[in-house]
Design a protein around this ligand. Structure first.
Ligand code: 9UX
Length: 71
């Protein structure tokens, strides 16, 4: 199991959390997504997957949902 943590800005509600969860869950190998919503700040996004994720793919998925990966 591989776990990675990301910071994502722009999420302010549970719908935002759902959108990001759906996009990240669609990436190959992702087994779970856990988001600690911090509205108005960077939220913590924990992703568990079968192998390390490509950060550019994660960034693209988050961008697709309408939010921004900050690191
Ligand atoms: Mo509702 Mo969360 O527009 O952006 S999905 S606040």
């Amino acid at each position: 199991m591989n776990e990675q943590a990301f910071s994502v800005t722009g999420m302010t509600c549970d719908h935002c959390v759902h959108a990001v969860t759906e996009e990240l869950s669609a990436l190959a190998g992702v087994t779970s997504v856990d988001i600690d919503l911090r509205a108005g700040d960077a939220s913590f996004v924990h992703v568990t997957s079968n192998s390390p994720l490509d950060v550019d793919a994660v960034r693209a998925a988050i961008d697709e949902a309408g939010y921004e990966l900050v690191f």
